[in-house]
Each structure stands twice: as C-alpha cells, then as structure tokens.
Design a binder for this molecule. Sequence first.
Ligand code: B12
Length: 297
Amino acid sequence: VENVLTVSKLARAIGVSESSLKRWSDDGTLRVTRTAGGHRRIPLPEAVRFIRQIGAHVVRPDLLGLVDMDSTPEGFSTRTNPDEALYEALEQGRAAEVRGMIQSLYLSGWSLPQIFDGPLRGAMARLGELWLHAEWGIVVEHRATNIVIQALGQLRSLLPPHNPAAPVAVGSAGDQDSYILPSLMASLVMAEVGFTDVNLGPMTPTWVLRNACAYYRARVAWLSMSVAAHPERLHQDLEALALDLGTCGTRLVIGGRATESIRPAQVPGVIVARSMGELASLGAGLLTQIPPHEQVP
Ligand code: B12
C-alpha cells in the first residue's frame, strides 16, 4: 500500500505547525496532491525529499511509517561520525537498528554515495577482518550482508518517484563474483541519479549483461568487480563486452575492489570509477548527454 501522509501527520512527524506546512505547500516547496474533497496529501517519497531539502528534524518517525528509526540511538544522525555506531550494530546483528540508522542518515541529508562509500563500506571492510581471528566472524559477515540488503531495500522506498520513461541503466557483478552489495548499491545510485535501474546481481556472465543491455536499449551498463579469480580471462571478457556495448551505444562503467587487477586502463571504451560517488557523477553527466528528444521532461 502506498504510504500517503496528511498535512497534520507530516507536521507532527517533523515538529512544525500545520500552517507552516500549508505555506510551504502554497509556495511549491512541498508538492502535495489533492483528494477529491480538496485535502492535501503527501506521498512518503515527497515528504522525504522535503525533509532533506529544508533540513527538518524527524521527531516522530513512526508517523512516517519509519518505525525502525525509533531504535536508532539518540542524536545518531547529527553525530559527525556515525561509523562506529553503525559498525557495532552490524557486528552485533541488530537489524532494525541498522535499518533505522541508514534511513536516519538519508533523511538528514546524506546522499546515497556518501552513505555507501562512507559508513557502510567502512563497516563491511572492518567486519571482513573478523574471520581471520575467529570462525564466528563468518557468521557475522553473512548476517551483516543480509541486514544491509534489508536496509537498501527500505532506502529504495524513500527515493523520489520513478519516471518510467527515464533512460535505462543495467548492471551486475561478474560470473565468478558472489558479492551482492556492490551491484545493489550501484543500482540504487543510478536510480537516484534518474535512470531506470535494472540490477542483474551477482554471478552474471558478461553475455547475460550484454543481452539485457540490448533488450533494454541501456544507455549505461555498470559492472562491479570484487573478485578477479582469472584476471586474464576477465580482461578478455571485458574487451569483448566493451566492444559489443559500444556498437549499441551503451556506455560501460566498471568499479569494485578487483578492478585494478584486470588492467582496465588498457581496455578501450571502459570507464573506470572508484566509488559510488564517482558513479553518481558519471551517471549524472551521461544523462545530460542524452539527446533532448529522448530526454524525460
Ligand atoms: C561479505 C563478505 C563476503 C561474503 C559475501 C556475501 C555476498 N553474497 O555478498 C562471503 C561470505 C560470501 C564472502 C566470501 C569470501 N570472502 Co569475503 N568479504 C566480505 C566483506 C566482509 C564485505 C564485502 C562487501 O559487501 N563490502 C561492501 C562493498 C559495498 O564494499 P566494496 O566492495 O569495497 O565496494 C565499494 C567500492 O569498491 C565501490 N564499488 C564496488 N563495486 C563497484 C561498481 C562500480 C560500477 C563502481 C563505480 C564502484 C564500485 O563502491 C563500493 C562502495 O564504496 C569483505 C570485506 C571488504 N573489504 O569489503 C570480505 C572480503 C572481500 N572477503 C575476502 C575473502 C578472503 C573471502 C573468501 C575467499 C573467504 C573464504 N576463505 O572462503 C570468500 C571468497 C568468495 C568468492 N567467491 O570470491 C577478503 C578478500 C581479500 C583479498 N585481498 O581479496 C575480504 C577483503 C575480507 C578480508 N579482509 O580478508 N565474503
């Protein structure tokens, strides 16, 4: 069911008066829809956009339906460095708290790349050290990965409404690559930039990615590379993929921890990015290059 708010609910959620919200609605800062009877309604993603824009502080997240935010520690999103709290919650498997923390960062104005390249990447890298010292570390990293998947799924419901006419970006991780999070993050980043994102996920052979790009007439393809078990073969695969995608007008962006091991600089037609932040900038740049008649208004 779509989460749609009344003015009174949103006002109480962020601790402002209903009349202020109505003023913001009248000057266009808050975009409302109207019921048949003329009452203002605010879809949750618009409420989220508005909260981020004016820097509002959410005092009653439950009224927005974001109940997990109630389990985040007091003052979490306003701390300059939430890395430690996020790491601890992930390490101890406190799923609701992690989901709430991620929502809280997003609502307080962090961009998706800031969350992904910062606290999330940092926490996962630290968790990755644990198995070297104790077997339990393997439980922790599996559990943490799945908690982050939940958090990312929730984030999607907070993104601005998707325009079905937006150009498509398709992506995956390679056929030997079981890592779920990097491609999932790339997908959300492309969605936030304004693409229709299609994530094929881990263990995807390059020919499958190529077929999907052709089917969707993708403008952009991303390939996440966390594992390069056979760098030579991967290098060749990438060359062939870049060539094929080039002929159908799809730009190929690659990134991930294993990128360097395949000498990407020597593969023509491949754009290398080091972070989700770089992917977002590239994506935004590529969107502006789309011919005006194909652009979404
Ligand atoms: C979770 C995890 C696993 C899980 C994965 C679950 C899953 N299905 O996703 C499981 C348990 C399966 C696993 C298995 C293994 N793992 Co592991 N794993 C991790 C861990 C802890 C987190 C990975 C993760 O999701 N990180 C979060 C992502 C988002 O971070 P990221 O990859 O750095 O991505 C960022 C950038 O690279 C970039 N980026 C990524 N992709 C892309 C794509 C594009 C287009 C762009 C622009 C940018 C970009 O943006 C991201 C955000 O900033 C890492 C630690 C770490 N450093 O990450 C170890 C780690 C990667 N694993 C490691 C190892 C050794 C293994 C195993 C070999 C263990 C074993 N003995 O079996 C196996 C091998 C699996 C395989 N097939 O290769 C080592 C690798 C060491 C090395 N030098 O290669 C690490 C570093 C842990 C460690 N310190 O020892 N692992």
